[in-house]
Design a binder for this molecule. Structure first.
Ligand code: MTE
Length: 313
């Protein structure tokens, strides 16, 4: 991963969306009344209409921001998704062949209730909510994003872990024919895999994300389902998940295997632990370029500090 940020896409600060403006847009969409029209539509359009009923989900007001939301076009146009390309601004133009429907998520391992979920059932089984979270990449840039999803804890409870389930392992789709970056970067140990302790995954902040800006996730942001772990670096927020496994032993992760001294297994946001090639003491807010001190656990210390001794990297 590189620290360089191409500047071509940058938008002036005055154009960055404020929270109140975002609220207004949501209300306009609601008042246009697309939701609930299912009965009037041909069957082929029913899926889209039903999806409309899920989004935008009700916002959970508990989680607040200390900065304006990033503009939607920035958060959906500046992406890390190496299965497609390393060029952040090109990801959205390389995802056309990637099929996200149908989509199954296999949940298995040390649990009493293993199951393969169809994504359409999954998003209806667990109530969706919207949360505004800070998002901090290990490359030292940050955004503030309205995610939609459901707490990881709800799926974990449903799965009924056995007493020796200590970790969850998550795996991204591996489809070389649909993901050109897999073919052009054979040196990475695909598929992309991430993991966390079961205690971390049970924390109230940890989500399975299915939407962004009040809509289903676009492919470049990890459709149809990804991890949202706001106190960890972005690389832990694995996209386009097809498998969730509960394990006894600590699972390896793609970045930690590739460069263990650069990307710790925990990868908690920590201003005092520099990356070997750059400091993590500050972050650069995208797209304004405003520099702010990095907050311990990305500002979520009161939620997660109890999980750690402070020496987890
Ligand atoms: N998941 C997969 N499968 N492949 C990736 O390359 N990149 C990670 C993470 N999840 C990545 C991934 C990194 S480094 C970051 S910063 C975030 O996704 C970027 O998420 P965003 O594009 O929604 O901002």
């Amino acid at each position: 991963m590189l620290i360089k940020v191409p500047r071509g896409w940058e938008v002036p600060e005055r154009e960055a969306i404020r929270e109140d403006q975002y609220h207004t847009r949501r209300n306009v969409l609601r008042s246009m009344g697309f939701v609930g029209m299912g009965g009037m539509l041909p069957r082929a359009l029913l899926g889209a209409a039903e999806e409309g009923a899920l989004y935008p989900a009700k916002r959970n007001a508990k989680y607040t921001l200390d900065r304006p939301l990033t503009m939607e076009q920035v958060a959906t146009g500046y992406n890390n998704f190496y299965e497609f390309t390393l060029d952040k601004q090109q990801v959205r133009f390389r995802v056309d062949r990637f099929k996200i429907n149908p989509w199954a998520v296999k949940v298995h391992g040390r649990i009493n209730n293993p199951k393969t979920y169809d994504i359409d059932d999954l998003v209806r089984k667990f109530p969706l909510e919207e949360r505004l979270y800070r998002f901090r990449c290990v490359e030292a840039w940050s955004m503030a994003v309205p995610w939609t999803g459901f707490p990881m804890s709800t799926l974990i409870r449903e799965s009924d872990p056995k007493p020796d389930a200590n970790y969850i392992r998550m795996v991204t789709a591996y489809r070389p024919r649909e993901m050109p970056g897999i073919v052009s970067q054979p040196h990475y140990d695909w598929p992309y895999e991430e993991a966390m302790t079961l205690d971390e995954a049970m924390n109230e902040l940890a989500l399975f994300g299915t939407g962004i800006y009040g809509k289903p996730l676009p492919k470049q942001n990890g459709a149809p389902i990804r991890a949202i772990i706001p106190w960890k670096y972005g690389l832990k927020n694995i996209k386009s998940i097809v498998e969730i496994e509960f394990t006894k032993k600590r699972p390896p992760t793609l970045w930690n295997k590739a460069a263990p001294t650069e990307y710790g297994w925990y990868s908690n946001v920590n201003p005092k632990k520099p990356h070997p090639r750059w400091s993590q003491a500050h972050e650069r807010i995208v797209p304004t370029g405003e520099v702010r001190p990095t907050l311990m656990y990305n500002g979520y210390e009161s939620f997660v500090a109890e999980l750690y001794t402070g020496n987890e990297y």
